[in-house]
Each structure stands twice: as structure tokens, then as C-alpha cells.
Design a protein. Structure first.
Length: 358
């Protein structure tokens, strides 16, 4: 048996919760949890965000005390941290002194993009399991770490993102769901100009779009964040879903590689959505561009694909069904969890060879 202490978010729809639950299903795993979001709340209101900024050092201290208390109580074989925004180098050093291996599952495009605290801590883990296929090759040369890094890609949660049948009918022509960021804003402005068609209904969901929406077409609709099953239900209500990724990003003056995929790369297919994905070399290995998921490189190509596919309901449904068949169950988080667990077992065996003989 492998006793795991898992540190990560617990809200439904979070990748951390999905992975934790998938790992816990393995009969060889005894799972214990510390919910990071219970100590580090993520408020949207201005006053609460300001309060959080003042309280953050105390919140992190309380989180670290909870992790140490859980270690004492459950005596894990390994500690798995999902991203670990609240976990600092000091705690990881203390855990190392206790001779407990630590693993970080890192879901984002760069370990340098979320503050110097996380950047420093990332090098303290015994193993990093990144969801990005380019991280292992660049882990030392680009990011400057010496610890090992392997890749297990993102996936979809069958309990949250899977639908066995397509939506009978859709209310919107085009939808995007994602947190506002400058790159997405520029994309949607350019897309609106390239499409130049007020008859196409467009809906945007996700936090942060309230103020920037003034620069986008007035007839577009905005409906705030969508999480859990509501996320998939919203996207299934659109005939076409736009799936962008972050391109190259500049972090403290240094250009670094951005995303090649995101969780929506897998979630949309599992939900039976027809989607247009931003072109990357990696996504082209996941789906057939001609048979499953059309790819676009810029707003003009995206607008052209929308014009091409919007009147072709039968074609959209065939493409969505093929993408669904490709993703289910191959791209599911339980399949990814099995790979994560193999890497964890290899780490534990390397530290204790007799474990592999048991």
C-alpha cells in the first residue's frame, strides 16, 4: 500500500480534486488530504482581495502547519502537491529532513509565472510531474532546476466533463469560456473584426470580462464564471466553441514558452462539443485536424472556420463524435492518474529498492 498525503484545491471542477479522487480509486493507495483552498481563499471582490493580500502570510503559515500536522497523524509514504501556490521552500526543507519524498504536479506553462516563492520552491521537490510536454526537456536549460521532471498530460474528469450523447440543440452560435487575459482579449477583438457579422450570436463566460467587454461587440453576451458541471453545460449550449491557448509569455523581461494545450483541449471533446482549437504542434498529435478538431493559427483563420462550419450542423456533429471517440477514455484523468502513480512508485522504489521486491 502507498500512503499519499495530497495537498491541493478541493472545489468541484478543479484539476487537483479530479486527480486526487482518481488516485484514491486505486486499491493500492491510502489517501489523505489537505485542502489548500480552505486556507488560501480566492475571492473576486475588491475588498476581500485586499484583505487576502494582507492575510496571505498568516494563511500560508496556517496551511503549512496543517500539512505538518497531517504528516504527523497519517505518516505518508509520499507527499503530492498540486501546483502548491502556498507551499514554500522552508516547509519542503522540513519535510526533506523527515525523509519523506515530495512530488509536485505542475499544471501550468511556466514555474516562473506565479511569483518567486513558487519558483524557488519548485526546485525543492524530489520529482515534478508536469502536464506540459516541453517541460522535461527545458527543465534545466530554460528554468534552471536540477530535480527530475517528467510529463503526464492534462485530461478530463469523467464525473465533471463527460456526456455520453451530444446536446440536442444549441442556443448560441459561438462560445468561449476562460478567465480574461490580454491575449484572449486581443484574440476576441480581432475575431470580431474578421467575422464582421452581427447575426452570429457570441457568448463569453469566465471571470474578468466585465470591464473589457466595452471594447467588444455590444450584441455579444457575457455570463460570468462557469465551474463544475455548469462549465460543460454552458459550452454544450454553443454550436461552436473556441479553444485558445497562451502563446509565448514574457516573465520578468524573459520570453518563455506558453501553453501547447489546456484542460479544455480534453474537456470539450469529452463533453461532445464541436470546437475550433488554436493550432500547436502538440494538439496536432492529439486530434486529426481534418476529421476531428479543426485548428486555427490567427483570428482571420478562426473567423473563416466559423463561417465554414456554422451552417453545417451535420458536419459539426460528425466531427464532435469523432473527437469524443478519440478522447474517451484515453484522455481521462483516471488514465492520467495511473501514469502519475507509476512515476510515484518509481520514485519510492529508487529511494527504497526493497519496496519493489515486496
Amino acid at each position: 500500500m502507498t500512503r499519499i498525503l495530497f495537498v491541493g484545491d478541493t472545489w468541484q471542477g478543479s484539476s487537483a480534486r479530479s486527480l486526487c479522487e482518481a488516485l484514491a480509486l486505486d486499491p493500492s493507495v491510502v489517501m489523505h488530504e489537505v485542502g489548500e483552498d480552505r486556507f488560501l481563499p480566492n475571492h473576486r471582490g475588491l475588498l476581500l482581495r485586499l484583505a487576502n493580500r494582507l492575510l496571505r502570510p498568516l494563511q500560508r503559515q496556517e496551511l503549512e502547519c496543517a500539512v505538518l500536522r497531517a504528516i504527523s497523524e497519517c505518516r505518508p509514504d509520499v507527499i503530492v502537491v498540486y501546483k502548491g501556490a502556498g507551499i514554500g521552500s522552508g516547509l519542503l526543507n522540513a519535510i526533506r529532513c523527515a525523509d519523506i519524498p515530495t512530488v509536485n504536479v505542475f499544471p501550468d506553462y511556466s514555474p516562473h509565472a506565479y511569483g518567486r516563492r513558487l519558483q524557488a520552491a519548485m526546485g525543492r521537490y524530489d520529482l515534478v510531474i508536469s502536464t506540459k510536454p516541453f517541460h522535461p526537456q527545458l527543465w534545466q536549460s530554460r528554468y534552471g532546476y536540477r530535480n527530475p521532471c517528467v510529463c503526464v498530460p492534462h485530461g478530463y474528469d469523467p464525473e465533471v466533463h463527460y456526456w455520453s450523447v451530444p446536446m440536442p440543440s444549441q442556443s448560441y452560435d459561438v462560445a468561449l469560456c476562460g478567465t480574461w487575459r490580454p491575449e484572449y482579449h486581443r484574440l476576441m477583438r480581432a475575431f470580431a473584426e474578421a467575422l464582421d457579422d452581427d447575426s452570429v450570436s457570441v457568448v463569453v463566460a469566465g471571470p474578468g470580462w466585465d470591464a473589457p467587454r466595452a471594447e467588444l461587440p455590444h450584441h455579444w453576451e457575457y455570463c460570468g464564471p462557469r465551474v463544475g458541471r455548469a462549465y460543460g453545460e454552458f459550452l454544450r449550449s454553443a454550436k461552436i466553441v473556441i479553444a485558445p491557448v497562451n502563446g509565448e509569455v514574457v516573465i520578468r523581461g524573459v520570453t518563455q514558452r506558453g501553453d501547447m494545450d489546456t484542460t479544455r483541449t480534453y474537456e470539450l471533446a469529452a463533453a461532445h462539443c464541436f470546437f475550433l482549437h488554436q493550432r500547436t504542434d502538440y494538439v496536432a498529435t492529439l486530434y486529426d485536424e481534418q476529421q476531428e478538431v479543426p485548428l486555427w493559427s490567427d483570428a482571420n483563420e478562426l473567423a473563416g472556420l466559423v463561417r465554414r462550419w456554422l451552417p453545417d450542423e451535420a458536419g459539426r456533429r460528425v466531427m464532435a463524435a469523432r473527437a469524443h471517440a478519440r478522447a474517451v477514455p484515453a484522455y481521462a484523468i483516471p488514465q492520467r492518474a495511473a501514469s502519475v502513480l507509476r512515476h510515484i512508485e518509481q520514485l519510492l522504489t529508487s529511494r527504497n529498492p526493497s519496496r519493489g521486491e515486496a
